[in-house]
Design a protein around this ligand. Structure first.
Ligand code: NAD
Length: 483
């Protein structure tokens, strides 16, 4: 028996095994131990979840008042906080992230997301439209129906909440598919939903592989929308597959976000920002500041300090509250990150910190040293491809226009940051950056009230904020003849 036992699928308010009874292991990346077995769902299970979600949409959920829906969603947020220690521990166990990050940042942010959208539930208005002729024209904002949320392994519960909360607040029912590496907190969310009293079928949790279950979801004619966060190449495949049933989709994809440091910045703050930008979440962050663009005038001094600071960061037991750098989420991800280190060296990048696998004295776990490369040029692979690990590429620039050009020289456009004391320059650069989020003199700050999403191949649609509501509703125009 594993530490956390065997977990089932949540379909129509009931916990059940996958059809055929297959399971898959969940591994703790810090110890390499199997900590749970979860159901490995089949396309038949997806059919059952869709039928349950549709019945709930047409039945009790659709008939419930918006205010009552809001109350349930609020309670779900409350329950998450009541069990925050336990859920944060699960998040750390299956992902390897430091407990400080899950306990004090991400799980509270997920709870807050439910409470933010709970407040919107009864405030979604239509409008009256001033048309010509004796006609009354009004609009209704209606839910889409059955929404599937497919999420990755880096922020398992938080990224699920960014989708599930607005979907529920606008009156949809939900099928949540977590990443196969990190299903435990989605299952915990399902337990809380049952506990809080959501009608059966409103929230269904389907665990399984992307290739089988994810694909079955994307192709399913009974699903109205897929809200996806994950790799850009997976997102492109989802867009192609969703075309056959013309589903609504929103895609939050990868990034290669530029973090621009001008010589006139508060350099100590910029140094902290550069570190937080790439090493929070072990760099497994879609918005990680993985390209540090540094003003040539200060480059040598800045990179020396950055290397010294990076060398002081050591990986530790993710469950230890003092740990700031946890384990890479999986063996294959560690191998991928190390491969990029080799490529960077072979292309002429100069390694100034880290670069190797490490361990925390247990001889187990997928730990990696925080890594910084100097003298990276914009054409090198590590300046162009998303690594999704604690590896920073530093690139120099000569002036403002070159900084902007280099920042925008990417297929991605998720986030960017600029560090300067010059207010004019800061806003000018912010206006020119092709990114869905721009931070000025800070990095990696988020709030449920502030929209998040990509430009270019980082995807489309916006999560969090009032803007998310648009992506879970459709507008119906009603004409009334008054002649
Ligand atoms: P992934 O694309 O491999 O998997 C994401 C999810 O999609 C998982 O649940 C997976 O099982 C599922 N999936 C895989 N193949 C599928 C298919 N054919 N059909 C349907 N579903 C399928 O991504 P990942 O490795 O889990 O996550 C890392 C990626 O996520 C990175 O590229 C990162 O930048 C991105 N990300 C983006 C954001 C954002 O908001 N833009 C946030 C976090 C992560």
């Amino acid at each position: 028996m594993t530490e956390l036992g065997r977990k089932q699928l949540l379909i129509n308010g009931e916990w059940r095994d996958a059809t055929g009874g297959r399971t898959m292991p969940v591994i703790n990346p810090a110890t390499e131990a199997v900590i749970a077995e979860v159901a490995s769902a089949t396309p038949e299970d997806v059919d059952a979840a869709v039928a349950a979600a549709r019945a709930a949409f047409n039945g009790p959920w659709g008939k419930m008042s918006a205010r009552e829906r809001g109350r349930l969603i609020w309670k779900l947020g409350e329950r998450i906080m009541e069990r925050v220690d336990e859920i944060a521990r699960l998040e750390t166990l299956h992902n390897g992230k430091p407990i400080t990050e899950s306990r004090h940042v991400e799980i509270p942010a997920a709870a807050e997301c439910f409470q933010y959208f709970a407040g919107w539930a009864d405030k979604i208005h239509g409008e009256t439209v001033p048309v010509k002729g004796p006609q009354l024209v009004y609009t209704r904002r209606e839910p889409l129906g059955v929404v599937a949320a497919i999420v990755p392994w880096n922020f398992p519960l938080l990224l699920a909440s960014w989708k599930v909360a607005p979907a529920l607040a606008t009156g949809n029912t939900v099928i949540l598919k977590p990443a196969s590496q990190t299903p435990l907190t989605a299952i915990a969310l399902g337990e809380l939903a049952v506990d809080v009293g959501f009608p059966p079928g409103v929230i269904n949790i389907i665990t399984g592989s992307g290739a089988t279950v994810g694909q079955a979801i994307v192709e399913h004619p009974g699903i109205d929308k897929v809200a996806f966060t994950g790799d850009t190449s997976t997102g492109k495949g989802i867009m192609r597959s969703a075309a056959d049933t013309l589903k609504h989709i929103t895609l939050e994809l990868g990034g290669k976000s530029p973090n621009i440091v001008f010589a006139d910045a508060d350099l100590d703050a910029a140094l902290r920002g550069a570190t937080v930008g790439i090493f929070y979440g072990k760099g497994e962050v879609c918005a990680a500041g993985s390209r540090l663009l540094v003003d040539r005038a200060i480059k040598d001094e800045f990179i020396d300090k950055l290397a010294a600071r990076t060398k002081k960061m050591v990986a530790g037991d993710p469950l230890d509250p003092k740990t700031r750098l946890g384990a890479i989420a999986s063996k294959s991800q560690l191998e991928r990150v190390l491969k990029y280190v080799d490529i960077a060296k072979s292309e002429g990048g100069v390694l100034v910190a880290g670069g190797h696998r490490t361990d925390i004295g247990t001889g187990k776990g997928y730990f990696m040293q925080p890594t910084v490369f100097a003298d990276v040029t914009p054409d090198m692979t590590i300046a162009r491809e998303e690594i999704f690990g604690p590896v920073l590429a530093t690139i120099e620039f000569a002036d403002v226009e070159e900084a902007i050009a280099r920042a925008n020289d990417s297929v991605y456009g998720l986030a960017a940051a600029v560090w300067t004391r010059d207010v004019k320059k800061a806003h000018y650069v912010a206006s020119k950056l092709q990114a869905g989020t721009v931070w000025i003199n800070t990095y990696n700050v988020y709030d449920t009230a502030a929209a998040f999403g990509g430009y270019k191949q980082s995807g489309f649609g916006r999560e969090m904020s009032v803007h998310a509501l648009d992506y879970y509703t459709q507008v119906k125009t009603v004409w009334v003849d008054l002649s």
